[in-house]
Design a protein around this ligand. Structure first.
Ligand code: FAD
Length: 659
């Protein structure tokens, strides 16, 4: 007999793939009451998505684990195009650079989805007791629209089935984990621990918010009757992860190889693995139902790779994963229902995996929606800010599909004239979309969270700090110990908004005075008398203030002292002492050539006068002003954060708690 229970949670996340885990990261950081369920009985271990764009690594740096990816992953800095030469033999037609040294400290990196999931899971555990509930299937959804405007209500009712030993867990039909024998030890632990109830149980969960991160066939999307636009393409692809035995010279470099037999994509991976994307069959458009998966075997994929790489040799003894898929180019017509239920990741957009963007975009969706929902649940964020999830991410989903419509044919169109111009065609398309694909530009539009300059021109005092974009990563120097760090790591994704005080050169007495005036405002000793640090509701159990302050000055490191900066910029904690991690310096240092004292120039900020910048919890710029623009700053924050009632306004000294 099945046991049935009922419970309440603030946030329910359905699906623990890359997007669901990113959303769950924020639940952990903000300490909100949340659950995350997945019908799979384990995480992913091998195969699946593997490409990480540099922007995703920047976000991982702010989350504290990019070093684990760099330690295990494989980096690619160029792509090579191979086509038949004049004698018909394959020749390398072009190298295309796929890095930009001025944009990011990170590069395109490959590591399987399972390891990425591992790192996010570990981070979630480090910050909370939240854990993925596996072998749990969401089965029915009821949503009471009448309650949508009451943030404290539970308009969502989800029935879940907790699969017991009596039922075999669902596994992906396409997921062929051929060789799990070389799993890393921390993943083994994950595999071994799972315990299931004897008998399947049913539970009813009432939730304030639901985030559907449940993949391409999204259950949540179907429950809401949200339509999808687009269709399957007519090409069936095989993917195979093997340790190749081959004399193809670019086997450890990203390569596109085209000849009369077709086009393959060669992607070098971690631990000697190489992934091959291989066309295996063309079927009629719309004939997807008739496509018989069982006809495709690893042997068939292997033979196709051999044919296309010929006359180079290709063989393998070890295969860790393979799959067959038909590319669907689809986009959901909407990504939210009343800003109480959200869709993220593949639930919103699917496209060909050959751009290496699926996992990146999905994680960035989860990252965007997660902090907003968590901070709204905490009571600190105004619920109307939740509208910005759809306004910021949905246009990017459209852009993703647009990119794919241009990119995917590069792998299927085999007309001879296309072969001849392949490299230039690919470079043209890649160039057109690269800022978007790499994440250098996200194009977040104006909103309560993004205050653009009038007429969309840049702010003269911080020309390259563009609201709605990321902070261009630079290396800066910690004032107290002189050590260097990339801003991507210094700007930790701990859940707080961050006021960057770009203090300029405080050797200048006028400038020093401006900083004094600013800090009086931050301390609540000027104007309205209310400190922005004490003005808004706390993040319960985590931070007394949802706002952190970080100072980066441009005086020579040796010519000013830590204590030249007012106390509020490096507050004293009774246990941990002064906040040495709050004062940084843009000055060149001999031992680290990346720390060359050009941060202000790169950001377009005057070295004497500085600027004031607000960075959102997800590391995008929200607001830019001059050091004196405190009223505008307050207005911006008032539009986003919930104010304390006046009698609650506490002393600003007590403004942060570290876990
Ligand atoms: P997913 O990773 O699909 O995660 C969705 C999760 O939701 C799943 O774990 C699923 O079990 C769970 N779920 C669904 N419905 C329910 C329900 N009702 N109740 C509970 N849980 C539910 N991308 C590439 O770039 N390259 C590749 O080679 C590649 N291969 C892939 C192979 C497979 C088999 C799959 C499934 C995906 C592949 N992708 C690939 C796509 C890439 O993995 C996705 O873009 C990315 O994983 C999207 O992340 P997501 O979290 O949005 O969705």
């Amino acid at each position: 007999e099945h046991k049935s229970t009922q419970s309440e949670t603030d946030v329910l996340i359905v699906g623990a793939g890359p997007s669901g885990l990113m959303a769950a990261y924020w639940m952990a950081r903000y300490g909100v009451k949340a659950r995350i369920i997945d019908k799979r009985d384990t995480k992913v271990f091998v195969g699946h998505a593997d490409g990480l764009r540099a922007r995703t690594l920047e976000l991982f740096d702010s989350m504290g684990f990019q070093h684990r990816v760099l330690h295990e992953g494989s980096i690619s800095t160029e792509a090579n195009i191979w086509v038949p030469g004049p004698q018909g033999k394959l020749i390398r037609q072009a190298h295309i650079d796929i890095y930009k040294v001025d944009e990011s400290p990170f590069y395109n990196t490959r590591l399987n989805q399972g390891r990425i999931e591992r790192f996010i899971l570990d981070s979630i555990r480090e910050h909370s007791d939240l854990d993925v509930e596996r072998s749990v299937v969401a089965e029915s959804l009821e949503y009471d629209e009448k309650l949508s405007n009451d943030p404290d209500s539970y308009p969502i009712t989800v029935k879940i089935r907790v699969l017991g030993e009596d039922i075999e867990a669902e596994s992906e039909a396409t997921d062929n984990e051929v060789n799990c024998g070389n799993l890393l030890s921390d993943d083994w632990a994950d595999l071994a621990q799972r315990e299931k109830p004897q008998k399947t149980q049913v539970e009813t969960i009432k939730a304030k918010y639901l985030i559907g991160c449940d993949g391409a066939h999204s259950w949540t999307r179907k429950q809401l009757n949200i339509s999808v636009e687009g269709s399957n393409t007519d090409h069936i692809w095989g993917v195979i992860d093997v340790i190749p035995l081959s004399d193809f010279p670019d086997i450890r470099r990203v390569s596109v190889v085209t000849n009369a037999a077709g086009t393959i994509l060669v992607i070098p991976r971690e631990r000697e693995l190489v992934r091959f994307y291989v066309p295996v069959q063309t079927c009629e458009v719309g004939a997807s139902d008739r496509f018989d998966r069982s006809t495709i075997t690893p042997e068939l994929i292997w033979a196709r790779v051999q044919a296309i790489l010929s006359p180079f040799t290709f063989d393998f003894k070890e295969c860790s994963w393979w799959t067959v898929y038909q590319v669907g180019q689809r986009i959901a017509s909407q990504s939210t229902k009343d800003n109480r239920i959200f869709l993220a990741g593949d639930a919103v957009h699917t496209h060909s995996p050959k751009m290496g963007l699926g996992m990146n975009m999905s994680m960035q969706d989860g990252f965007n929606v997660g902090w907003k929902v968590a901070l709204a649940v905490a009571g600190t964020l105004k619920p109307e800010v939740l509208e910005t999830y759809a306004s910021e991410r949905h246009p990017l989903a459209e852009m993703l599909l647009e990119f794919d419509r241009h990119w995917a044919p590069m792998f299927t169109d085999r007309k001879p004239e296309v072969v001849g111009t392949k490299a230039s065609d690919m470079a043209l398309i890649a160039g057109k979309f690269e800022d978007f694909a790499d994440g250098w530009k996200v194009f977040y539009p104006p909103s309560s969270l993004v205050q653009k300059a009038e007429d969309n021109v840049e702010f003269a005092f911080a020309r390259h700090m563009i609201p709605g974009e990321r902070v261009l990563p630079v290396k800066i120097r910690n004032h107290a110990d002189g050590g260097t760090a990339w801003t991507t790591g210094v700007l930790e994704s701990d859940g707080r908004f961050r006021i960057l005080v770009l203090a300029g050169d405080i050797r200048n007495p006028m400038q020093k005075q401006r900083i004094e005036t600013l800090t009086q405002f931050l301390a609540g000793q000027s104007g309205s008398g209310i400190s922005p640090l004490g003005r808004y509701l706390e993040i319960p159990g985590r931070f007394k203030s949802p706002i952190d302050v970080l100072t980066i000055h441009a005086s020579p490191w040796k010519e000013v002292e830590f204590f030249d900066f007012p106390e509020i910029l490096h507050p004293l904690d009774p246990v941990k002492g002064w906040a040495y991690d709050k004062i940084w310096c843009d000055d060149a240092c001999m031992f680290d050539r990346y720390c060359d004292g050009t941060a202000y120039e790169k950001w377009g900020v005057d070295r004497v006068l500085g600027a004031l910048v607000v960075v959102r919890p997800d590391q995008y710029i929200g607001w830019v002003g001059e050091l004196g623009d405190v009223e505008e700053l307050t207005r911006y924050l008032d539009g986003i954060l919930v104010k304390k009632s006046t009698d609650e306004v506490g002393p600003s000294r007590e403004y942060h708690i570290r876990k």
